[in-house]
Design a protein around this ligand. Structure first.
Ligand SMILES: *Cc1c(COP(=O)(O)O)cnc(C)c1O
Length: 232
């Protein structure tokens, strides 16, 4: 079982290297976040043994439980799911990255909770790039206001943008969405001042990581290809 995890992990690393080669990019510029969801702690510990340190969860309670039951200082924990402002207080003492910030109110709450813990939390602003109606992320025209607000924060850093593409089996269909996110970063880079540094683009998952790398992703969130199929 655990060997399977490690070989899947290495297969993903190989996919990333090949995609980078094709795109003329350096694989060291791509941060891989392993998304464990329903999988057991021992799978995470196996990857940690292989030297992998970035782990993500999409549910606040799941992240809280993980951080509580796996107390390893070397792990960088990412929250990547739908962010409810009232859940921030439960993760603030340990989470390193909150990738799914979509409103000022959430930034304000992260700042308050991180200050109380005397720590700094990295964030990404999630932007709605999908053609689906479901609301995930702020609308692109709200981005400028959020970045200007974030500049003066002391315990919160905005390190880039995150996007969820339309759910589809055909990765070519998501290319324009990834390109849109990449363009938004270019357009807003001049707002990288103070606590804002738009260096990251979090986009690309199991099915579309190659396309994401071609379109400039610096952070991949991969679940299935590392941990195996899920039941949901
Ligand atoms: C589950 C999930 C992923 C990983 O998806 P896979 O297709 O299993 O790689 C990435 N991002 C978010 C927000 C997720 O919820």
């Amino acid at each position: 079982m655990s060997n399977e995890i490690q070989s899947r992990y290495h297969a993903v690393k190989t996919r990333i290297e090949k995609a980078c080669e094709k795109a003329g990019r350096d694989p060291s510029g791509i941060l891989l976040v392993a998304v464990s969801k329903t999988k057991p702690n021992e799978d995470i510990l196996k990857l940690l043994e292989s030297g992998h340190v970035h782990f993500g969860e999409n549910r606040a309670k799941a992240l809280e439980d993980r951080m509580e039951s796996i107390q390893k200082d070397e792990i960088q924990w990412h929250f990547i799911g739908n962010l409810q402002t009232n859940k921030i207080k439960y993760m603030a003492s340990r989470v390193n990255w909150i990738q799914s910030v979509h409103k000022k109110k959430a930034l304000r709450e992260i700042e308050k909770r991180a200050a109380r813990e005397n720590r700094t939390i990295n964030t990404l602003i999630q932007v709605n790039i999908s053609r689906e109606d479901q609301k995930s992320g702020c609308e692109p025209d709200k981005l400028e206001g959020m970045l200007k607000y974030a500049r003066d924060l002391k315990h919160t850093k905005v390190m880039g943008l995150m996007g969820m593409a339309t759910f589809t089996d055909d990765p070519e269909l998501v290319r324009p969405e990834f390109r849109h996110l990449s363009n938004l970063r270019e357009q807003h880079k001049r707002l990288s001042i103070g606590a804002v540094d738009l260096k990251h683009l979090s986009m690309g998952m199991t099915n579309d990581l190659e396309v994401a790398i071609q379109e400039g992703s610096t952070m991949l969130r991969v679940g299935t290809a590392i941990f195996g199929e899920r039941n949901y």
